[in-house]
Unconditional design. Structure first.
Length: 425
């Protein structure tokens, strides 16, 4: 029987990776700590400072001066896979990539890889500002282990893809951040590493470059069978590119699996406390809105949704006899206080007597573009009486998951995306 690892063709494996830092210090710590470490080491004992330290929760004040930026990370990546790594700022994503790229060493654990790793961790990393773009291509290629002949054979393709041909013999210090990242990505992608590590590079480029970069990464993985590790906060890019996803939180992996499930997990766990997913009023005497809740397709209360997710609002309303002709309405506004749309329901179309009634309203999917929104609800008899009015009682955010709006991050693309009835004539 074949070994399962050979059957899977594992090209990168992380085993029990942990990384510890000492807060507020450069180096491993004080002289006494270093001597203590040395004394334990020569006696064959475990490092005494590995047993202490807080988890990497940047929102709380810890007791220890040591912190675990990463704690017991384990995962495998197969050849040709695109692994998405997602999580909040400070979750440990970039630290993990630096360890995978061998920029820094883990405190415990090991990385096993088969093949050359090319990393694109920060804009301009490895570039020399005084050298020209052409010279930096040869410098970066040499760092990646390429021969001068190999680099020269790819030179024209790299320059053409980067779009920096006019400035290729100009010192890189005169490049914009966008030009620098274009050139760096082109070098990393075209020098054919077995594993390409990319950290949020798409956030810097313009729409044209983002499309080219995503296309190139797809070609690398699907066409050439190479492996890509991709860190991003952009769920649309993750969804479009990645075959598998891991989510990190406080230095630990909290999810590993299918990309769509990973994005759902991220959205559910990334709830921002400033949004309001529910509203309740238990003191209604005659008529009014009793409760409201923003829920997803699984009936879970949420305040962050993907662009292509279904959003429902559960509404409980109390109506007495004199208000049976009232109407229940709500409006949606964005963060710039633009009214996006209004919806209204005639209660008499559904109820005939006083009581407490439940309604569910479904917002159109793939309609509200990525933005922050709040809802205002009202119960009224038109032109006669305003019975109940709750301004901005619910709020939520639409995130990138199934659109290409991330390509136009510097552009106001309006309030809604309308799928008009197009016909070919």
């Amino acid at each position: 029987m074949q070994n399962s690892q050979l059957e899977k063709d594992i090209i990168l494996k992380a085993e029990n990776i942990s990384k510890q830092y000492r807060l507020g210090q450069v180096g491993t710590g004080t002289l006494s700590h270093d001597i203590n470490r040395w004394w334990h080491e020569i006696r064959g004992k475990e490092d005494p400072y590995l047993k202490i330290g807080d988890t990497n929760d940047r929102s709380t004040k810890g007791e220890s001066e040591y912190v675990w930026a990463l704690k017991d990370i384990n995962f495998e990546v197969e050849r040709g896979e695109v692994l998405g790594i997602i999580g909040k700022n400070g979750a440990g994503k970039s630290t993990l990539l630096k360890i995978l790229s061998k920029v820094t060493a883990p405190t415990t654990g090991s990385i096993k890889s088969r093949g050359r790793i090319a990393s694109l961790l920060e804009v301009g990393t490895g570039f020399h500002g005084e050298m020209t773009g052409r010279e930096n291509i040869f410098l970066n290629g040499a760092i990646l282990g390429m021969t001068k002949k190999e680099i020269a054979s790819k030179l024209e393709e790299i320059i053409e893809f980067s779009g920096c041909e006019r400035y290729i013999d100009t010192p890189v210090k005169r490049y914009s951040s966008g030009m620098t990242v274009r050139l760096a990505f082109a070098v990393a992608a075209f020098l054919e590493p077995e594993i390409l590590v990319v950290d949020e590079v798409l956030a810097v480029g313009d729409a044209e470059f983002q499309k080219k970069a995503i296309g190139k990464m797809q070609d690398i993985s699907r066409g050439q069978g190479r492996t890509v590790l991709f860190v991003s906060h952009n769920m649309a890019a993750i969804k479009q590119l990645c075959t598998k996803t891991i989510m990190m939180e406080n230095g630990m992996v909290v999810f590993e699996g299918n990309t769509n499930d990973g994005i759902d997990f991220y959205l559910r766990s990334n709830e921002y406390e400033g949004y309001k997913g529910t509203y309740t009023n238990d003191n209604i005497k005659e008529s009014g809105i009793v409760s409201l809740a923003l829920i997803d397709k699984n009936n879970v209360i949420r305040t962050e949704f993907g662009f292509d997710e279904q959003i429902f609002i559960n509404v409980n309303v109390k109506v007495n006899e004199q208000h049976l002709k009232s109407q229940l309405a709500f409006r949606v506004e964005d963060r710039n206080e633009r009214i996006i749309f209004t919806s209204e329901l005639k209660l008499l179309d559904y109820i005939k007597s006083a009581g407490v009634y439940k309604f569910a309203v479904k917002l159109p999917e793939k309609f509200l573009v990525p933005n922050q929104f709040h809802l205002t609800f009202g119960l009224h008899v038109p032109n006669v009486e305003l019975i109940d009015f709750q301004k901005e009682c619910l709020s939520f955010e639409i995130l990138e998951t199934g659109s290409e709006f991330h390509m136009y991050s510097q552009t106001d693309y309006g309030c809604v995306f309308v799928n008009c009835d197009w016909k070919f004539l």
